[in-house]
Design a protein around this ligand. Sequence first.
Ligand SMILES: Cc1cc2nc3c(=O)[nH]c(=O)nc-3n(C[C@H](O)[C@H](O)[C@H](O)COP(=O)(O)OP(=O)(O)OC[C@H]3O[C@@H](n4cnc5c(N)ncnc54)[C@H](O)[C@@H]3O)c2cc1C
Ligand code: SF4
Length: 518
Amino acid sequence: MAAEGRPALPPAPDVLVIGTGAGGAPLLARLAQAGLRVVALEAGERHPPAGIATDEVAQAGLFWMDERLAAGGDPVGFGRNNSGRGVGGSTLHFTAYTPRAHPDDFTLRRDTGQGVDWPIGYGDLEPYYDEVEQFIGVSGPAEYPWGGPRSAPYRHPPLPLNGAARLMERACAEVGMRTSPAANAALSRPQEQEGYGTRPACSNRGFCQAGCSTGAKASLDVTYLALAERHGAVIVDGAQVTALLTDASGRVRGARFVRAGREETLEAGTVVLAAGAIETPRLLLRQNLANSSGQVGRNFMAHVGVQVWGLVEDDLRPYKGIPGGLISEDTHRGIPGVVGGYLLQSLGVMPVTYATQFARGTGTWGPALIDHLSRYNHVAGINVLGDCLPYDHNYLELSDELDARGLPKPRVHFTFGKNERRMSAHAEALMRDLWARAGAREVWALPRAAHTIGTARMGEDPASSVIDPFGRAHDTPGLWICDNSTFPSALAVNPALTQMALSLRTADALITHLKETA
Ligand SMILES: Cc1cc2nc3c(=O)[nH]c(=O)nc-3n(C[C@H](O)[C@H](O)[C@H](O)COP(=O)(O)OP(=O)(O)OC[C@H]3O[C@@H](n4cnc5c(N)ncnc54)[C@H](O)[C@@H]3O)c2cc1C
Ligand code: SF4
């Protein structure tokens, strides 16, 4: 029922999608294109490009800043570090690196005896990878040196390299490591986008992580969500779901949500939960839904993400140029004593982000911090994105502390295993060597973990997984899940492209299912 001053909701849509990030948005568009009546409820607001300021502090509204409790030996930093909030989810502030997973990322257990295999393989996702890359307009090299077979090259040529990327390229060449311009979901030339209009080429202003004010970056608001609305999808922003509605048989029938301070409900034929790897299990655990396996909240993962910074003579201005420019995947496999692997990526960084990370990571304060920051224009960074195995000791639970809505805050336990520690040490040593070769005077490392993954994994076996290989909850009719919570293992690549590909695949399966059960 519509309330005064708020847009009316269509009654009982065929499908209700909760969350509009990398998991929710492509699916929403696909369902709308298929003629289904679809509604998305999104906790955050709309952030159209014209309203994005070139100012990190002013853009804090792009992040999920509600308190989350971090526990374990390597507590994960939340807030700005890893979660988005808004129409477009975390892609509003992602760096737009879009490498594909490798075929062997899906078969780690088969190949090494450790980790967990995915119930699907690279071949299942390849057509979807290609479709997403073409639709959102990924820029990349004519020939990418790593990974599985591709059905088509990248749609646009690569973006220019920033200062850190050029240094990394030189240093890698010295040690015989291959590098390549990265696949990046920012446009190197203009593109027409259905439902949005013309997206311009990237102007290299470097503020991707504070939102893109031109629409050059393929955040979901200017790509799949524009397409979804063009085909009749209704996106309700500022609507935070607090519970799923169920009937006496246990079937999910809709959602309860808070909009403009008032509680409302919306019934729907099917619900797709796409709220990310923290909020999805948080919602499910509150009602003990989809949890006959006991796996909801389990196997939380975060990528090994150590960064290494160096101080160089060149005036690099790290806020300039596309921050996601150069990549090497030569360390994808073959690291002695390590299961899985990592990739290397050059960094760009905005001043406040850098100052915060440096102060926290090194414990430098006061005059020493000010002195260091006076040389900000000369810092160059590389980081890694390394696989993380699923462990029993890493999980999300509901705490006794309540948030402002009276809901339990999530507590996330996370401790790297020996494998991740060995990987991180290997990566740090390699990056220190590269920066020494690039002529850096001082070199320092910031250990960190990146992305929130796992907690509602997919699998064939209902006893050890939450959803089936297409996204349908094993034990709860009417419920599908589509976000980073469903990853059985972390993959040694950035997750967003794989998530968008999975989203289209889940949408196709849902459309077929609805036709079959109509
Ligand atoms: C700084 C940063 C840089 C990154 N860079 C890259 C990169 O270069 N490449 C890459 O591949 N990945 C990158 N990522 C990660 C990437 O953005 C995520 O992996 C991906 O967006 C996750 O998709 P998702 O659908 O699981 O969640 P999200 O995209 O976070 O979407 C979840 C959505 O659900 C909404 N929501 C949550 N709870 C509720 C609720 N109760 N009711 C209603 N709505 C709700 C949220 O507001 C959000 O919009 C980056 C992340 C960060 C933080
Ligand atoms: S560097 Fe390009 S993609 Fe990134 S915010 Fe600037 S214009 Fe947008």
